[in-house]
Design a protein around this ligand. Structure first.
Ligand code: ZN
Length: 258
C-alpha cells in the first residue's frame, strides 16, 4: 500500500509545490474542474456524489495524460420552482413529465444545499477560466452536476474564443443514458461509479427492498437492479478512452503550434 501510494503521481492542484506545478503544466497544460454539489442522491448515496465522481475520474485521467485537478466546486445552478408558496430546487420537485413512474411529492430533500443562480455560476466559471488562462493552461475539462455541466456546454464556444482555451466535458455531443458519465441522478450510472471509487460510501440497504417502490429522489435505471462495481468499471473505462482520445488530439494541435 505504502509503495503504491508513492507510485501514484500527485495531480492535485492544492497539494503541489510551485516547482511540481510548473513541471506538470509544461508537460500538459490541462486543468480539470470537477463540478460538484451537495445534493440528495437517494438514501443510499453520499451527498457529495457529484464532486466525488469527477474528482476521482479526473485524477485517473491526469495520471495518464497529464494535467492538474482543481478542487471541486460545491455550488451550482438548478431549476427552481415555487409550489404552494414553497421554493423547491432541482430534484426537490419529483414532478418530471417524462418519468411518471418515478414521481414523488415535492419536498425539501435532505442535505441539498448547493444552489446559486445561473448568472452567479457563470461569473464564477468565467473567473476561474481567466485565472487558468493567466497561469498558462490551454485546455480545461469540466464536468459534474448536470445543470452546471449544461451551463458550461451552453457557453463553451463563446468562452473558447474569449479565453483562448479549449473546453471539454465528458458528454461531448451526446448524453448517453446507459454509459454516460453522471447522466442520471443517483441511479445505475452514478451509483455504480461511486461503488467503483468509494464503495464504503454506498449503502444499498437504505433503499426499499420492494422493487415496486421507486426510491425518492432518484432518476434513471434502477440502481438496485443494475448498479454494481463492475458497471462502474465499464462506465469509467468507456468515458476515459473517449476523453483521452479528445485530449490527445487537442495536445497534438497545441504542440504543432510551437
Ligand atoms: Zn449527480
Amino acid at each position: 500500500m505504502q509503495e503504491n501510494q508513492h507510485q501514484i503521481q500527485n495531480v492535485i492542484w492544492s497539494e503541489l509545490t510551485p516547482d511540481e506545478f510548473r513541471k506538470r503544466l509544461a508537460e500538459a497544460p490541462i486543468a480539470y474542474l470537477p463540478l460538484g454539489t451537495l445534493e440528495f442522491h437517494g438514501e443510499h448515496m453520499p451527498l457529495g456524489a457529484d464532486g466525488i465522481q469527477p474528482t476521482e475520474f479526473f485524477k485517473e485521467v491526469a495520471s495518464e495524460i497529464g494535467g492538474i485537478v482543481l478542487p471541486a466546486l460545491f455550488l451550482g445552478p438548478d431549476r427552481v420552482e415555487t409550489v404552494n408558496g414553497n421554493e423547491y430546487y432541482g430534484k426537490d420537485n419529483g414532478n418530471h413529465p417524462s418519468l411518471d413512474k418515478q414521481y414523488y411529492e415535492p419536498q425539501i430533500l435532505t442535505g441539498s444545499a448547493y444552489w446559486i443562480p445561473n448568472e452567479v455560476f457563470i461569473l464564477i466559471l468565467k473567473g476561474i477560466l481567466k485565472q487558468l488562462k493567466r497561469q498558462g493552461f490551454k485546455i480545461v475539462v469540466a464536468h459534474g452536476h448536470g445543470p452546471s455541466t449544461h451551463q458550461l456546454i451552453n457557453h463553451a464556444s463563446e468562452w473558447e474564443k474569449e479565453f483562448g482555451i479549449r473546453i471539454f466535458n465528458l458528454w461531448g455531443t451526446g448524453n448517453d443514458d446507459w454509459n454516460g458519465f453522471m447522466s442520471d441522478h443517483g441511479a445505475m450510472l452514478e451509483t455504480s461509479v461511486i461503488m467503483k471509487y468509494r464503495p464504503e460510501l454506498v449503502q444499498m440497504d437504505k433503499l426499499p427492498e420492494d422493487s415496486n417502490i421507486w426510491p425518492v429522489g432518484i432518476r434513471g435505471y434502477d440502481p438496485r437492479v443494475y448498479g454494481s462495481t463492475q458497471r462502474g468499471e465499464e462506465i469509467v473505462g468507456i468515458n476515459k478512452s473517449r476523453i483521452l482520445e479528445s485530449l490527445t488530439a487537442a495536445l497534438n494541435e497545441i504542440r504543432d503550434h510551437f
